[in-house]
Design a protein around this ligand. Sequence first.
Ligand code: ASP
Ligand code: MG
Length: 402
Amino acid sequence: MGLVVQKFGGSSVANTERIKNVATRVISERDRGNQVVVVVSAMGDLTDELIALAHQVGSNPPDREMDMLLTTGEQQSAALLAITLCSMGCPAVSLTGWQSGIMTDSIHCRARITEIKPDRIKEELNQGKVVVVAGYQGISPQGDLTTLGRGGSDTTAVALAAVLKADICDIYTDVDGVFTADPRIVKNASKLDVVSYDEMLELASLGAVVLQPRAVEFAMQHKVKVQVRSSFKLETGTLVMEAEKMENNRVVSGVAHDLNVAKVALFDVPDRPGIARAVFKALADANINVDMIVQAAMRDERNDIAFTITKDDLPRALPVVERVCREIGASGTAYGEDLAKVSIVGSGMMSNPGVAATMFAALADEGINIQMISTSEIKVSCIIAADEIERAVNALHAAFNL
Ligand code: ASP
Ligand code: MG
């Protein structure tokens, strides 16, 4: 007998009709002779609605209380699914995060799982029940409820699959799998049968958000086989697995894009040791994640430094950058928001020269100006104007014959 972890996202459990559909899928997995652990998200946009409610009563709600509130969303769908399963004749029990033994650190609203004690889950499975776990939550050493950051139910599912040594972790969602590009932008984008953990990590953090990046990291560390698939169709989805086990590593697997990009520049920065530290330590201290960094050598021992962050972080970053600008004696700052990042991702890229050149040629042929470039072993990213993103993604999709 195998063990399967199934995760159903908010859209898959958005109403009672859909919860019944989920129950049917759970039962058919069980009928195949597998033990089943199901992880659910909150119904539809409930998490957003609860956040809005909190802000109606308090302008700066304490993180601890937010966790107390938000964990109720997942508990509702877990209980409703267990009730549905029972009424369909399938023995089931719902468990909160803490009942499932999910221990976290005490950083509210973005807690990390530190340990899982799956005894209760195993006990219930051994009694022949389907176990429905409320996703996205755990308990801190102080005994307070915590949440794992937005989209955290993915991480719950992958972490449970790892400790329970599940055969597979099926992530059911409202798309058919991972695509060669966003199908809303590229008409002939196609579903990938398999991607490597590295590729998925790049795709997940580059705006093709079908999986929480932290869940992918977890899967990679613990070698959990993950499948992203549609909860409305029976077809298989996209398998996420080790690159070494894939039959062929494509040079380029997909084109990702991200519109949540802002650029900040510091001009005439003195050219001496410690300057980059001053700039980026101040940003790190303010909890601002920096993505690309470009430093251009200028005249008279002065440089320009430009970097990108998310648009959401821009209001918090600007005062920090202005302060640092004065402290280090730079001549001024500037920022831009109408930007996008387009990236090609592929684990076969490292052994194939000329991939970046092909990318730049495709963008040049479209008359698209590249503002910044960054590369890693499996990706090349370019910052371009936001209104050119559709043309860029389509041109690259065609250039790499995806
Ligand atoms: N309900 C939470 C959210 O919307 C967690 C999740 O869906 O995974 O972010
Ligand atoms: Mg959700």
